[in-house]
Design a protein around this ligand. Structure first.
Ligand code: ZN
Ligand code: ZN
Length: 156
């Protein structure tokens, strides 16, 4: 996943960070700034647009760092990412209140919220039939996204 994210970031912009920055306090502050900007605009947004919003707020942050931070946040589940038809990624802060299931790519960490009404109904009725209350569930779907499948086919 990391490899993919780095490659995408490098293609999109010149490198503006050093490895030493990764574990520094600056990194934490940039994460927080990015999440704050995303919280203001709950819709899916491109990395470029998020980068612009950060710059508008006077945050000195490179596009490469925005990409890297977004991918790290996607990995930890704080951010959702989707791709448009052109393969461009869009990001949003994962809503914390709404119950949602995700399909996640094992290779690149790309993840999409999925419809789960049938699953929710099944969980509710199955639990109720067995006399359970306050039932919770965790369902994780993983696979290979279309782009990783295409990459795999190309390299064969
Ligand atoms: Zn993938
Ligand atoms: Zn559910």
């Amino acid at each position: 996943m990391v490899k993919t994210a780095r490659r995408a970031a490098r293609a999109a912009d010149v490198a503006d960070t050093t490895p030493a920055e990764v574990s520094s306090g600056r990194n934490t502050r940039q994460r927080r700034a990015l999440l704050a900007v995303m919280a203001e605009h709950p819709d899916f947004t491109s990395a470029q647009a998020l980068h612009q919003r950060l710059r508008d707020k006077g945050e000195s942050i490179g596009l490469t760092t925005v990409y890297r931070t977004l991918h790290a946040l996607t990995e930890t589940g704080l951010v959702d990412s989707v791709r448009d038809e052109g393969g461009r990624q869009h990001f949003r802060a994962r809503p914390t209140t709404e119950h949602q299931h995700y399909l996640r790519c094992r290779l690149c960490g790309f993840n999409v919220p999925v419809a789960s009404r049938a699953l929710e109904r099944w969980a509710r009725t199955t639990a109720a039939d067995l006399g359970f209350a306050q039932v919770e569930h965790v369902v994780e779907l993983t696979g290979l996204c279309a782009q990783c499948q295409a990459r795999g086919a190309m390299s064969e």
